[in-house]
Design a protein around this ligand. Structure first.
Ligand code: PEP
Ligand code: MG
Length: 937
């Protein structure tokens, strides 16, 4: 028997279920689920994602048996609705839509009203007794099919949509302003004009045979899986290309059959704030795409209560049933056809970080989901939204008083953004690449704009509602967004916005407030978020900070389940303080060299570098000693009994020397060192390949007095703090070690000096000596290195640089091309290259612990704050990750999710959700197992 490729749904029964998302796609699985629940779903069928994979593997052909199964399923639909596909008297019309396992809003293609031709259109007129409606449906179909299946695209950037050009022409000829004013005859003419245009530009006749139309549409949907915008979307959201899309073929229902018909999109909770309220929009006498595409600005859903109270009540019930069944906020699409409600789609709704946190926390409190499920619901990077700046209230008030408020739109994506106006997506990308902050300003956005939206600080549109493409995508990306700002007259050709008699040109600054919808001329300073005001600025009482309270709850739950410890990279006491406020449990990296750039310290540092003799060098180092001691003292005080890893000097020395003639002159005047000597030393220190040159532990080996001074400063400060009763835990870390002998050399100096200082100070502190693992040889010989090192910290910036042979300072010249071509999936300096650099890490951990089973291992490269890398670090058994202070909350959540995913939660997920008792038992076992693992270490 051939494999099952087609799953039917309709008449209260479906062959699929909500669990079958991988096979049926999200849309197909949920259509099946809604049918099974008994919600009013127009009948149809889903062609599985396996067919998509087959299609691509077999040169765009279909598996045997598919055609037969499609025919059978369509016959079942015909029977249920009492119409026939292609019947000139009583035609069945269908929609053909994509639906991947992971929702990708607007990225792929849809075709509506399929089945119409010059004959069946007559049947539709007969069925509906509405000639204008039928010709309008036909013209929409030809338009969509011409674009999606036959590939008729704009020929110039300005043309936008060649079919719309013809519509505009027709309206002009008829002397009317709106589409609705066109008559049946006008629309009929348009159908033939569209067909002619297709023939002219594409050289093909529009297919009249409904079966040819259907297979054309199915193929187009499968092909749209690989269209550039869908590929770009998947890259941004890390979705595998192998998943494939399903195709849903469903009976058409019409929202544009008159004033008792309509269509809408709604969320079961507010997708911007997460508030538990029904939230959505609808348009009477309209088709679905009118709402989603943002062409007409729709009405808020509460208004439906007045227009159609019965339908509104029904929708409220649907809202409640779907949430309790699917246990997540849903994004639904519905159509009302002559007073009857039909559900066309439900899926987990995209949301802002604010909403993600609030919904998850609320749902735990409502008993809908567990804390663990809540943690797995929130993408760690979504927490960025909660930390994002808001406008400085005073400055904004002033701007408004000065009359700089240009207009007000709909607040679609919260936060505050200031940037320069650009009108095209490619420009947004290009400007952002050269470091400009931009506001992508469009009449409306379309899926083609995804990359520009990603590059922009904020998105501003003159059309569209809260569920328009711009709004949906911006919220998901966490971009500030204002939509439907109708007062803006955006002129792409002139690259300007006209508003209230003012003209804003490309490159001018505007500020947009995504929480209020305000669009303001010029720059406005931003200020910290609520979370920051409570934790860092301490200017807001937590009791008055609802967003903070939800954030705090979530963080507490994360801390209960994570195994990885979270540290921070901090060079100054203030940074350490911020990190601790965010929950950092230690410092994973203090780069001592950063301190040398503070104030006048650079002078002593330069004297040290320019010294000709050991004595001269020691004298300069003596100037630096008290300054370093003071820094370390400050950091130890902030960190208390938390561990603090301090790294000895790392960068090439020339980085500290003056560069320009002016700087050289000034330094010479200040110190009395002749300019000539400075120049000579600069040229001596010049290297062809400084990152592989005289840096890292090589400095301390050639000039042992540097390591000695730094050790003295660390241990003296630690002793001073210990005398105040604080149990400090300094960890001295040697950089760029590739050979155990390098580490032995430096360790000897550290231990001798530390011992001496502790004797002088008359107090002992617990300290350890370890190394960074950032040279591939160190990872491979980790067993030898661990004979000396008490801890390892992966310096993945250098490990990536040396492991992949990629210059950290030059790779941006080609990385975009690499990412575009798919040579690399991700930027390897952001997310660890698991197969290569990750393997070096795995070897390092394994070999290191062979020698020293209790070896503490962490990561302090930039990857330490990246969720995917954190997951990997959990898997290979690291003890901690260290990241910049502002990423600490993201790291806490990532570590919790890693623990849930890899230490037993998967097993628990398999237990039926209703079987809470069994779930508890599995949870208890998982917990004791992960504890045992930790204890073993
Ligand atoms: C690293 O290489 O990952 C690291 C943390 O050191 P730096 O970035 O200072 O070279
Ligand atoms: Mg390094």
């Amino acid at each position: 028997m051939p494999k099952k490729y087609v799953y039917f749904f309709g008449g209260g029964k479906a062959e699929g279920t909500a669990e079958m998302k991988n096979l049926l796609g999200g849309k197909g699985a949920n259509l099946a689920e809604m049918t099974n629940i008994g919600l009013p779903v127009p009948p149809g069928f889903t062609i599985t994602t396996e067919v998509c994979s087959y299609y691509y593997k077999h040169n765009q052909t279909y598996p045997k048996g598919l055609e037969e199964q499609v025919k059978k399923a369509l016959a079942k639909v015909e029977k249920l609705v009492g119409r026939k596909f292609g019947d000139p008297k009583n035609p069945l019309l269908v929609s053909v839509r994509s639906g991947a396992p992971v929702s990708m809003p607007g990225m792929m293609d849809t075709i509506l009203n399929l089945g119409l031709n010059d004959e069946t259109v007559k049947g539709l007129i007969e069925q509906t007794k509405n000639e204008r409606f039928a010709w309008d449906a036909y013209r929409r179909f030809v338009q969509m099919y011409g674009d999606v299946v036959l590939g008729l695209k704009p020929e110039t950037k300005e043309e936008m949509d060649p079919f719309e050009v013809l519509i505009e022409k027709k309206k002009k000829a008829r002397g009317v302003e709106h589409d609705v004013e066109l008559t049946a005859e006008d629309l009929k003419e348009l159908v033939y004009e569209f067909k002619e245009l297709i023939k002219k530009r594409k050289g093909v006749d529009f297919p009249e045979d409904p079966w040819e139309q259907l297979w054309g549409a199915i193929g187009a949907v499968f092909r749209s899986w690989m269209n550039p915008r869908a590929v770009a979307y998947r890259k941004i959201y890390n979705i595998s290309d192998d998943m494939g899309t399903a195709v849903n073929v469903q009976t058409m229902v019409f929202g544009n059959m008159g004033d008792d018909s309509g269509t809408g999109v709604a969320f079961t909770r507010n997708p911007a704030t997460g508030e538990n309220e029904f939230y959505g929009e609808f348009l009477m006498n309209a088709q679905g795409e009118d709402v989603v595409a943002g062409i007409r600005t729709p009405l808020p859903i509460e208004k439906l209560k007045e227009v159609m109270p019965n339908v509104y009540e029904q929708l409220l019930k649907v809202r409640q049933i779907l949430e309790s069944r699917l246990k997540d906020m849903q994004d639904i699409e519905f159509t009302i056809e002559r007073g009857k409600l039909y559900m066309l789609q439900t899926r987990a709704g995209k949301r802002t970080g604010f909403a993600a946190v609030r919904i998850a926390v609320d749902m735990v409190e409502e008993g809908l989901i567990t804390k663990e499920e809540a943690l797995l619901r929130i993408e760690p990077d979504a927490l960025n939204h909660l930390l994002r700046p808001i406008f400085d209230a005073k400055e904004k008030e002033r701007a408004i008083k000065e009359g700089r408020l240009l207009a007000k739109g709909l607040p679609a994506g919260p936060g505050a953004a200031t940037g320069r106006v650009v009108f095209h997506s490619e420009d947004a990308e290009e400007w952002a690449r050269r470091g400009e902050k931009v506001i992508l300003t469009r009449i409306e956005t379309s899926p083609e704009d995804i990359r520009g939206m990603y590059a922009a600080e904020g998105i501003l549109t003159s059309r569209g509602g809260m569920t328009s493409h711009a709004a949906l995508v911006a919220r998901q990306m966490g971009k500030v967004c204002v939509v439907g700002c109708g007062a803006l007259d955006i002129d792409y050709a002139k690259k300007e916005i006209r508003v209230n008699g003012q003209v804003i040109k490309e490159g001018d600054y505007v500020s947009i407030d995504g929480s209020t919808g305000e669009v303001i001329l010029g720059k406005i300073t931003t200020k910290p978020s609520e979370v920051l005001q409570v934790l860092v600025e301490k200017t807001l009482d937590p009791e008055n900070a609802p967003v903070y309270k939800q954030f705090e709850k979530l963080m507490k739950w994360a801390d209960e389940v994570r195994r990885l410890r979270i540290r921070t990279n901090a060079d100054l006491p203030k940074q350490a303080e911020i990190a601790v406020a965010f929950g950092a449990e230690g410092i994973g990296l203090t780069r001592t060299e950063h301190m040398f750039f503070e104030g006048d310290r650079i002078v002593s540092m330069r004297k040290m570098i320019l010294a000709d003799t050991k004595e001269e060098r020691e004298s300069a180092l003596n100037e630096l000693l008290p300054l370093q001691r003071q820094d370390f003292y400050g950091i130890f005080k902030v960190m208390g009994d938390r561990p603090v890893t301090i790294r000895t000097l790392d960068p090439p020395l020339h980085e500290f020397l003056p560069h320009t003639d002016e700087e050289i002159k000034e330094f010479s005047e200040k110190t009395g060192i002749p300019e000539e000597k400075i120049r000579r030393r600069i040229s001596e220190l010049k290297e062809f390949n400084p990152m592989l040159g005289f840096r890292g532990c090589r400095l301390g080996i050639v000039y042992p007095e540097i390591t000695a001074m730094q050790t003295r400063a660390i241990i003296e400060a630690a002793c001073d703090v210990a005398k105040e009763g604080i149990k400090v835990k300094p960890e001295i870390m040697i950089p760029l070690v590739g050979h155990v002998n390098e580490l032995k050399n430096q360790e000897k100096i550290v231990r001798e000096v530390a011992e001496k200082v502790m004797q002088e100070k008359g107090i002992r502190v617990e300290y350890s000596v370890g190394t960074m693992i950032e040279v591939p040889r160190a990872a491979i010989t980790a067993d030898e290195i661990a004979t000396v090192a008490e801890f390892f910290s992966f310096g993945t910036n250098d490990l990536t640089q040396m492991g992949m042979g990629l210059s950290r300072d030059d790779y941006e010249k080609f990385i975009y091309k690499y990412l575009d071509l798919g040579i690399y999936d991700k930027d390897p300096f952001q997310t660890i290259d698991v197969k290569g650099v990750g393997e070096l890490m795995r070897i390092g951990v394994e070999k290191g612990r062979l020698t020293r089973p209790d070896l503490k291992v962490g990561i302090c490269g930039e990857h330490g704050g990246d969720p995917a890398t954190i997951e990997f670090c959990h898997k290979i058994g690291l003890d901690y990750v260290s990241c910049s202070p502002y990423r600490v909350p993201i790291a806490r959540l990532s570590a919790a999710r890693a623990a849930l995913l890899y230490d037993g939660f998967k097993k628990r997920e398999m237990v039926k959700r209703t079987d809470r008792k069994a779930a508890k038992k599995v949870k208890a076992t998982a917990k004791s197992k992960s504890k045992a693992k930790v204890n073993k270490r």
